[in-house]
Design a protein around this ligand. Structure first.
Ligand code: GLU
Length: 305
């Protein structure tokens, strides 16, 4: 357990004690929210509410150079416009860098992490890190920090995608938790915050499926409880690419919130919800939420936005 006082959890509305289900929506502000983000937000929200659980929002903004101006604000405005009501204050990862650093120090004291001076050029096209710096005992300052992995199969059963496994040593090698420029990697921040916020369930896009074994591994060596995962099929554009900020997916038009909410629920094959105020629509969607109806696979067919 960590003893740093800054690890305190944000205040919960009404000071309620943790329940058996805590879920979250954790967007990165690398662009405004798009229809794919809305599907994730709706599914994570409805699944949490259908379990009488809590639902939190966390802004994943550790990669400061990739923050797109105005997108944090668009995320916050979207939460209001779509009637989402998180059960705790929204947290921003860039305010929590000291927490991630203290976890790196904890892992260092336990011999799990080491400094790596390999440049991209030195690593070349080989995407599996060979452990070149593992035993060099370099000082941690101003270097990338890698975590050791073992020759071990990590498996989990995704609620929608079924069984998924990876041997991290064969598939990836020791991976980076902090970059040489000081940026905390998503893999570390997500695991630490899911733990500190008491998360039990992760509902997110299937583009993150292959990250899960790394996160399970980190959770395991940190002694955190295991989470349940549900990776949603992704909305595609008309060129068959997943909607993303990189391929300029259209920002959610907040003046069309009820219509977009209805489309997101249709994309997830949920029972029809009539147009109303978004908060009422979400309430109804959660009451009739059915995971069994969500389309199979990692892509939503015929949903072109
Ligand atoms: N921040 C990630 C994204 O916007 C999602 C992380 C997660 O849900 O684990 O793609």
């Amino acid at each position: 357990m960590l003893s740093n006082p800054s690890l305190a959890l944000p205040l919960e509305k009404g000071g309620k004690v943790a329940e058996h289900y805590v879920g979250r929506f954790a967007p990165s502000p690398t662009g405004p929210l798009h229809f794919g983000s809305l599907i994730t937000a709706v599914a994570s929200y409805c699944d949490a509410r259908a379990h009488h659980g809590k639902w939190l929002v966390r802004i994943e903004d550790t990669d400061i150079p990739r923050i797109y101006p105005g997108s944090e604000e668009h995320i916050l405005r979207s939460m209001d416009a779509f009637g989402f009501d998180p059960d705790a204050e929204i947290i921003f990862q860039k305010d929590r860098l000291d927490i991630y650093q203290s976890v790196i120090e904890q892992l260092h004291a336990q011999g799990w992490v080491y400094a790596c001076q390999c440049t991209r050029k030195m690593l070349g096209s080989n995407h599996i890190y060979q452990g070149t710096c593992r035993n060099l005992n370099l000082p941690l300052e101003h270097q990338a920090i890698r975590v050791k992995v073992n020759d071990q199969m990590i498996c989990f059963t995704d609620q929608l995608q079924g069984p998924h496994c990876s041997n991290l040593q064969d598939d990836l090698g020791d991976f980076v938790l902090k970059r040489r420029d000081g940026i905390i990697n998503y893999q570390l921040a997500v695991v630490v915050d899911d733990y500190l916020q008491g998360m039990t369930h992760v509902v997110r896009g299937a583009d993150l499926l292959d990250n899960t074994e790394r996160q399970i591994w980190l959770g395991k060596i940190l002694g955190y409880p295991e989470l349940q995962y549900m990776h949603l099929p992704l909305a595609m554009n008309d060129q068959g690419q997943k909607l993303s900020k990189q391929n300029m997916a259209q920002a959610l038009d907040l003046s069309q919130a009820p219509q977009l909410l209805q489309q997101a629920l249709r994309a997830l094959h949920q029972l029809e919800v009539e147009l109303d105020s978004p908060a009422i629509m979400l309430q109804q969607a959660a009451a009739q939420w059915s995971v069994q109806h969500i389309p199979q696979g990692t892509a939503l067919q015929g949903i072109y936005l």
